[in-house]
Design a protein around this ligand. Sequence first.
Ligand code: PEP
Ligand code: MG
Length: 754
Amino acid sequence: MRGSASGPRVMLRRLREVMAEPISAQDRLDRIVMLIAANMVAEVCSVYVLRGDNTLELFATEGLKREAVHVTTMAVGEGLVGTIAAEARPLNLSEAQSHPAFAYKPETGEELFQSFLGVPILRGGQAIGVLVVQNQTHRVYTEEEIEALQTTSMVLAEMIAGGGLQSLVRQGSNLALQRPAQLTGRSLAEGIGLGHAVLHEPRVVIQDLIASDPAVELTKLDEALESLRSWIDNMLSSRELGVTGEHRDILEAYRMFAYDRGWVKRIREAVNTGLTAEAAVERVQNDTRARMLRQTDPYIRERLHDLDDLANRLLREIVGWKQHSADGEMPKDAILIARNMGPAELLDYDRNILRGLVLEEGSATSHVTIVAKALGIATVGMVEGVLDLVNDGDAVIVDGEAGDVHIRPTNEVETAYADKVRFRARRQAEFAKDRDLPSRTRDGIDIALMLNAGLLVDLPHVAEAGAGGIGLFRTELQFMIASTFPRIGEQRDLYKSVLDAANGLPVTFRTLDVGGDKILPYLRHAKEENPAMGWRAIRMALDRPGLLRTQMRALLHAAAGRELRLMFPMISDVSEFEAARELFEREIAHLNRHGHQTPDSVKLGAMVEVPSILWQLEELLERVDFLSVGSNDLFQFLFAVDRGNSRVATRFDTLHPAVLRALRRVVARADVADIPVTLCGELASSPLAAMALLGIGFRSISMSPAAVGPVKAMVRSLDLVKLRKWLGPRLIETGGNLRLDLERFAAEHGVITG
Ligand code: PEP
Ligand code: MG
């Protein structure tokens, strides 16, 4: 077979026959090593498989002593085989014994053999085993032979990953691929989810490794590449980026790889050795991955993610698989795993089967997190490497409190979590018991605890959580889940249902806040370098008054005969509020002229979420009926940290004195003007931060539904006058973070914040 391109093809065909035979796993492995040895004209062929304890075990051999099978083991890094596994690259030696790593295992009888060729059995770029051939003579294996052995090792990789060798594992030990793993990220949305992994972007399981006609495979590859490239080009020129959670620089990297001639050439070469197009992509990706994982340069490692995503996309194109799991069959207890995703993509899934969400990226105030919270899905973000470890269908536990993710948990971990879930249910029951108790501090100050909402599923929460009403209704969510603009009647119906569900409690609607990462797929939108600071929210609404007026009309109809509270997002200049108010008044006049019933009372407010407005408060307060602070955006702009970028979003603590001082300024000015003010950012959802907000003067805060119980427990255990006395001087004196001080205050004064 040396030097001939048909050699590997013949071997692959034979392997396919062996794979199809109805024999036991051990017999199959034995036949495979025999076949490889014969084809490579080698006296020895052995397979080592990596176990969960990081030990390589001899699973089959042709040529070494049979007694050594399932007896000989070596640690990763030990001996030649261990070195191959550790470095995930081949080792080609004409004189094995003289290699410094050579370790003699007497039971195998291998001292007879001089030359040695070993290749890692790769899965996702990590070695999960080692395949070795040996000869008695001093022989140098050719490049083609190394290639052929690597290609053959893919068959073994599929056997191991597909669970085919599970039955050969001794009781009490397991294969590396099945071992339990625990990763820690950041808790993004509370709750505990037990279920089974669903990869948002499914990983193709290669069924056919061996091609019958390479020409057909090459055409398949070319067509898939073509469609992949046009997808990238379209994404880059449309402005759908936010919807999919993909960022421009990632797409630029995709484009670079997709047009990279070297990458495509390597895949074509692999097809020419006899692999199917999909197996060739996987084969090249495995090698590239193994090579890139050895790099220490963080930039290159980062790009590896991009190349992985792209290769997976290409695989799905080739085999005609759906690009996203939302379009296919799902388990009843899905834990969704993704690198990142946009809010609209999460909404594509059936809420009833989602138990948890795990993101490699993501941040606490990104909109996908806000939607996850609204849906009550336990979420952990910034979980590095989760996509390398988890396979579709693996058991997973998401601990949205501790920020932990358990993959293939042991029975003990599962039991502990079942207890934790019961404990949480008891706590929730306690919160529920307090539901009808007043939200009043120990020293008798009433605090309004409101809900953030945006979807129909949120509505039952108003009553369940015992909230004082809806402090923020994000109207854009209805627009984001629709495939075309919701018509005026649809808008009116939703707003009416919201008011009905609130049953007389106040509801504050916010006009459309799209732009940034909240993109409507059907709304054409020019490219922006910096969408968070671009054409969004009130800016877009005033430039497209038709949209805003339709929404206002829908709201006015829905609130006929009741109170309508409406606020405008991203006000950065007082004139924007005035322009919006004028439009609103014109709508009321129009309805009156046509004899329609209008709301009994109307309250118009502005969101404080752009720093410029902090220095126009007096002018603004003269014009508004209420203010609502959007701390998510305000924090993002105050510190210049992108709320959706996990690299920087957590760089500064939200309890920084700069934030608290800015917020205190808002409350103080509003109090002087006698205008009600509330805060509706994520800050209010954490009991400790909510305590700080009360300490600087807020008497009304709005939060995600799950937070109402814990925050009410905090309120009822707090002596607010004491806190104010304690906090006042610290806000002036403290330069750094106040979190630790606040925690200490809570602990010393029995305030329930956990
Ligand atoms: C905010 O910015 O704090 C806010 C409440 O609005 P959103 O999170 O929808 O931008
Ligand atoms: Mg905002």
